[in-house]
Design a protein around this ligand. Structure first.
Ligand code: ADP
Ligand code: ADP
Length: 227
């Protein structure tokens, strides 16, 4: 498990636009940190920098004791869940979940065991032989989570993972996502534009606006001392 440390992180896109200004933030071992703010405030940019999908323009990113600015995404021990699931349509649920392990050339039996354990945790056991198109939105989102957690990452990143679900399912999935995160004890950064989601899920909530970190505190303290 690991802590995540962002120190004076900046993002300047190639067109000169500064999307993230000098943000410092740390996420403790096992902590569920929510990044919230309006569209365009820099949440996704920040998450993508942690994932290694965007270069960091200035500042340092540490995971555990390691400065990872220059470490390539595949060596960062990070898994990310996207809003649009990004499942492989021609693969079964089991193949989708196990794909990263296959790339790592783990033995077949070990992959099978890990995939079954992840499926169990996510309530997908009966669906392992199905294709994504045969699943509901909630089940697809679970597969996307399965694909992330099967690698036992030390950091879990989620970018609006529930926003394609209908309102009722979205509320139900909040507690399920949290339950799984608690079981794994994995440091998590979770992006949403939904304030209620942020306040019900976060151990702490980082409030962003126009590329700035306005506040970072527990939901209780944010209620007691609103901006
Ligand atoms: P959020 O996730 O909070 O909606 P983003 O991180 O996606 O915000 O975007 C932050 C700002 O950076 C937005 O103004 C967006 O238009 C801009 N932006 C995002 N990607 C790029 C890019 N590749 N080049 C230039 N500007 C970008
Ligand atoms: P989000 O769903 O997070 O709001 P967007 O629709 O803003 O995402 O962005 C989708 C993609 O377009 C991202 O890869 C982002 O980097 C890129 N992008 C967003 N804004 C700009 C921009 N102003 N210039 C160039 N690329 C951008």
């Amino acid at each position: 498990m690991a802590t995540i440390n962002l120190e004076n992180i900046k993002k300047i896109y190639p067109n000169g636009y500064e999307a993230v200004h000098d943000i410092s933030l740390s996420i403790a071992e096992g902590e569920f940190m929510v990044l919230v703010g309006p569209s365009g405030c820099g949440k996704t940019t920040l998450l993508r920098m942690v994932a290694g999908l965007e270069d960091i323009s200035h500042g340092s990113l540490k995971i555990g004791e390691k400065v990872v600015n220059e470490v390539s995404p595949k060596d960062r021990d990070i898994a990310m869940v996207f809003q649009n699931y990004a499942l492989y349509p021609h693969m079964t649920v089991a193949e989708n979940i196990g794909f990263a392990l296959k790339l790592k050339k783990l033995p077949k039996e070990e992959i099978g065991n890990k995939v079954r354990a992840a499926a169990e945790l996510l309530g997908l056991t009966e669906w392992l032989d199905r294709k994504p198109r045969e699943l509901s939105g909630g089940q697809r989102q679970r597969v996307a989570m399965g694909r992330a957690i099967v690698r036992e990452p030390s950091v879990l990143l989620m970018d609006e993972p529930l926003s394609n679900l209908d309102a009722k399912l979205r509320v139900k999935m909040r507690s399920e996502v949290l339950k799984i995160q608690r079981q794994l004890g994995v440091a998590t950064m979770y992006v949403t534009h939904d304030q209620t989601e942020a306040m019900t899920m976060g151990d702490r909530v980082a409030v962003l606006n126009s590329g700035n970190l306005l506040q970072c505190d527990t939901p209780q303290n944010l209620y007691d001392y609103p901006i």
